[in-house]
Structures are given as structure tokens and as C-alpha cells.
Ligand binder design. Structure first.
Ligand code: NAD
Length: 321
């Protein structure tokens, strides 16, 4: 069995490798070669923690396993640890033997950033110049860094409920040599691509904040009850997702589906666009929207890539198990 500790991940897995792993697994899902298992998420009644498992099997990539972990809200204050904690376990699909244990914290950030990046590459207009960020927390920095590699962006604009956090994304813009401007939500009409990455339970970005031709990647809503964008925007857009079952239950589309304005069949998997079985964007005026809910197969895909790199570079810890 191989162990890749959390501290090694940063040096092993770059944005390109993450992008490739996520694009491939989305393609495999749409081709019917990979599927996610039902998600388990429990309030365990200790340390206010939410703990659970996300798993799946990718027959194309021969990746089987799960990510175990969750959210411990008091970690930082009490233990000096980050609040989100997760570990990925990979198994040999031929024998069921455990194959690898991989730190899952940075992997989660990288695979989530890669997902919006894949959506931008496949759905945004080629001439996109302005990217708008709704959200400026931990994950926003990862999303923006990965997104900036997909088009020749010339400017970053941002809105956050807590404006004191905006320097987080300003820093990423300046790393890339781009100007940054803080805007109010109506100012988002300037953006050609918008990423929402907040923990909001009420919509903030509405349809009239979004211009025709924009691609919107909604990445924050991963739980029942959360919501970042108005149902009016979902109704106006051509909607894609990682997994339709999650999109309609715990993703951004849960509200439009509950209100009856969208149905399951209106929402397409991004993997169909990658595989060429759906044309994706069909005009420069169309608003496209990606509902990135976060699936277990994404975690397995990046963990599997990390294991390969760790073995290649001689830094995998091998344990006779
Ligand atoms: P964070 O705590 O670092 O940042 C939270 C962000 O949400 C900040 O920008 C904050 O200002 C904003 N916010 C908080 N309350 C808000 C409200 N009521 N209205 C609008 N904005 C509000 O968290 P993070 O690590 O950046 O994660 C952001 C979100 O992304 C979380 O909801 C998290 O669960 C989700 N997430 C999704 C995936 C996925 O695969 N889809 C993966 C990781 C994280």
C-alpha cells in the first residue's frame, strides 16, 4: 500500500495535472464508464462535526475508492488545524485490496478549481476578457488561479459579502499581472465569465447582473439549502453540471427544480460536451451555466494522479499492509 501525506501534495500535483484528471473523469461519467456512490454525510454529535463519505468507481481510469472527511468548525481555534479535513482511500478494482491513502485537503481545493476551469474551457466564449468573482474565501483563490489559465483575461472584478476578504482575490489577479476592481453585484454585467464560490444560503447573483454571452460557474452550492444565484438566472441559462442527480438535489439547480421551472432533462453533463455528444455553447449571446456540485470521482481522479506522480518521483511511502 502507498501513502502520500498531505504535505507532499502541493509539490506533486499542479493545475495542469488536476485539469486533465478532472476532464477525463467527467468524460468517463458522461460515457457511462464511471459512477458515484450515494453520498453519506452525518452530523456525528461530537465536536459539531459533519462527517461523511463520497466514493465511486471509474472503469475507464480503473479508479475505485472513497474520500472520507468533513467539517470540524472548531479545528482552527482549538487545534490549529484547518476546519475541512479529508483523506482519500484508493482500492485495487481487481482484488479489493487497499492501494493507497492520500491526503485529501489540498486535493479538494485543486479538483474543485479544475472543475470550473474545465467548464470555462468548454463553455466560455473564446474572446472572454473580464472574469468576475462572487466570493473571496479560501476556495476562491484556487478557482481564480485555475480559471485565468483558460482564456486571455485582461481584468478581474470581484464582489464579496464581506469586502475585507476581497484582497484574497486581488492578490491572485496581481500575481497574474491583471488589474482588479471591486464592484457591486450589478457591476458583474461587465464580466464574460463569472465564478460564484460562497457558502450562501440565499441567492445573490441574479439574472440582471449577468450579460448575454456570459459563462457562469456556480461552485459554492454543495448542500441542501445552499443557493448562490437566482432561479431567474438558472431559467435563462443553458445548464450543465458534473452530475445531474447531485445538481437537482444538493447543487445550485435544486431550487429551480423544486420550483418546477427546470426539470432533470434540461440539465446536461459537462462530460457530454467534452465527449462531443452535446454541442455546448451554440451562440455568442447564450448564457451558459455550470453547476459544480463536487463528486467523489473527482477526488479519486486527482488522488490517483498523485499516487502515480509520487511513485514516479520516488516519494511514495510504501507499507506492507
Ligand atoms: P470560506 O469560508 O473560506 O469562504 C466563504 C465565502 O462565502 C466567503 O467569500 C464569504 O464572504 C462568503 N459568504 C459567507 N456567507 C455568505 C452569505 N450569506 N452570502 C454570500 N456570501 C457569503 O469557504 P470556501 O472554502 O471558500 O468555500 C466556499 C464554498 O464552496 C462553501 O460553500 C463550500 O462548501 C463550497 N465548496 C464546494 C466545492 C464543490 O466541489 N462544489 C468544493 C469545496 C468547497
Amino acid at each position: 500500500m502507498i501513502i502520500v501525506p498531505e504535505k507532499e501534495i502541493g509539490a506533486l500535483l499542479g493545475r495542469n495535472e488536476s485539469y486533465e484528471a478532472i476532464e477525463q473523469v467527467f468524460a468517463a461519467m458522461a460515457a457511462g464508464d464511471a459512477y458515484n456512490f450515494p453520498v453519506v454525510r452525518e452530523a456525528i454529535g461530537h465536536a459539531d462535526a459533519l462527517y461523511g463519505f463520497k466514493g465511486g468507481f471509474d472503469r475507464a481510469g480503473m479508479t475505485l475508492g472513497l474520500k472520507a472527511g468533513g467539517y470540524w468548525p472548531n479545528n482552527l481555534e482549538t487545534h490549529g488545524l484547518i476546519n475541512h479535513q479529508s483523506t482519500v482511500f484508493l482500492f485495487d478494482p481487481d482484488t479489493g485490496r487497499v492501494k493507497a491513502i492520500v491526503g485529501g485537503n489540498l486535493l479538494t481545493a485543486l479538483r474543485t478549481a479544475a472543475a470550473s476551469s474545465v467548464s470555462i474551457n468548454h463553455l466560455a466564449r473564446k474572446d472572454a476578457k473580464v472574469i468576475g468573482m462572487v466570493g473571496a474565501g479560501h476556495q476562491a483563490k484556487f478557482q481564480l488561479r485555475a480559471a485565468l489559465e483558460q482564456r486571455e483575461f485582461e481584468k478581474v472584478i470581484g464582489w464579496n459579502l464581506h469586502p475585507d476578504m476581497l484582497p484574497n482575490i486581488e492578490e491572485v489577479a496581481s500575481e497574474a499581472g491583471l488589474p482588479f476592481e471591486a464592484v457591486e453585484l450589478p457591476g458583474m454585467v461587465e464580466a464574460d465569465v463569472i465564478i460564484t464560490i460562497t457558502s450562501s444560503f440565499a441567492p445573490t447573483l441574479m439574472s440582471d447582473h449577468v450579460s448575454d454571452g456570459t459563462h457562469v460557474a456556480c461552485m459554492g452550492t454543495d448542500t441542501v439549502g445552499k443557493q448562490e444565484v437566482g432561479v431567474d438566472l438558472i431559467n435563462r441559462a443553458t445548464v450543465f453540471t458534473d452530475e445531474v442527480a447531485q445538481s437537482i438535489t444538493l447543487g445550485e439547480c435544486q431550487h429551480a427544480v423544486a420550483s418546477g421551472s427546470k426539470t432533470e432533462t434540461d440539465i446536461r453533463q459537462i462530460g457530454e460536451v467534452i465527449n462531443g455528444t452535446h454541442p455546448g455553447r451554440q451562440s455568442d449571446q447564450e448564457v451558459t451555466l455550470f453547476d459544480g456540485t463536487g463528486v467523489g470521482l473527482q477526488d479519486l481522479a486527482v488522488a490517483s494522479a498523485v499516487v502515480e506522480l509520487a511513485v514516479e518521483q520516488g516519494i511514495a511511502i510504501e507499507v506492507d499492509f
